[in-house]
Structure formats: structure tokens, C-alpha cells
Design a binder for this molecule. Structure first.
Ligand code: RB5
Length: 149
């Protein structure tokens, strides 16, 4: 798959391990940075990665910040993106099986590299269950077209 990746400075120590795992599993990575520990504002990197996913330039996105919370909030602002902030392998499985998430948000300060690599592997390898979950995901996707003003 083509995978858009983005992180802020909080993930600068984990990013190489995540990128190596993605490439090692045969995926093509579109890297939106940041690639240093210098402080940045996470929306500046996460939004372009989420937009690449929404445009269809990527099949999935992996986004990281200190907690994964800011990254997931930004990614979910982009229509077409279903981003799950995941901190356990069990949630990674469900974020695919039930929610068909196409973006994964990881916390670099709240989970070890080893845990995040396990989450990543599970999330990449777990298919969507479809069935009764399809209609629910369709209803989430329909919210992209709803205006609140
Ligand atoms: C950066 O200090 C931190 O706020 C950011 O990485 C993230 O955790 C925000 O949600």
C-alpha cells in the first residue's frame, strides 16, 4: 500500500522505527515530516498527510504526535479520513474490523516504540469485517457532507 506518514517533534525518536517497519513490510511511504526534534505545530504536518489520503494519493495514513490526540483531531477534520487514535493492540484490531479506519494516530510519548510497532502491524494486517458495520461506516462517511451552519 501507499502510506502517508506525518509526525511532530514529539515522535522524532520513534519515527524511523515506524518508517522502517512500513517499508520493511513492502509499503511505499509518502513522508510529510517532521524529521527532526525541533518544535513544530502538528497541524502543519498532519493535515497534508491526511489530505494526501483524502485525495487518493495514499491508501492509508499513519500520524503521530506526543499523545496521538492532536494528530487524530487534525486528521479527522479532513473529509474522507477515518482516523483512530490507538494505544493498544486490541483497539488496533477493532479500529479496522468495526470502523474501517483509514488513518492511525499513535502517541509517541504515551506508548513505547515496541507497543506502537505492534499496534501498527495489527492495524495494517487486519481487514474490515464489513457486514453490519458497513452501514455504520457509511453513516459516518455521510457526515462529511453535512453542514452545521
Ligand atoms: C507537543 O508538545 C504535543 O502537544 C503534541 O505532540 C501532541 O501531543 C498534541 O496532541
Amino acid at each position: 500500500m501507499r502510506i502517508a506518514f506525518a509526525c511532530d517533534h514529539a515522535a522524532s525518536e520513534q519515527r524511523e522505527a515506524i518508517l522502517e517497519a512500513l517499508r520493511g513490510a513492502g509499503h511505499e511511504v509518502l513522508d510529510f515530516g517532521t524529521d527532526t526534534g525541533a518544535s513544530v505545530d502538528y497541524p502543519d504536518h498532519i493535515a497534508p498527510a491526511a489530505e494526501a489520503l483524502a485525495r487518493g494519493d495514499a491508501d492509508r495514513a499513519v500520524v503521530m504526535c506526543g499523545t496521538g490526540i492532536g494528530a487524530s483531531i487534525v486528521a479527522n477534520k479532513i473529509p474522507g479520513v477515518l482516523c483512530a487514535r490507538v494505544s493498544t493492540v486490541e483497539d488496533a484490531e477493532m479500529a479496522r474490523r468495526h470502523n474501517d479506519s483509514n488513518a492511525l494516530a499513535l502517541g509517541a510519548r504515551t506508548a513505547s516504540t515496541e507497543t506502537n510497532l505492534s499496534i501498527l502491524r495489527t492495524w495494517l494486517e487486519t481487514p474490515f469485517d464489513g457486514g453490519r458495520h458497513q452501514g455504520r461506516v457509511d453513516k459516518i462517511r455521510a457526515l462529511d457532507r453535512r453542514r452545521c451552519d
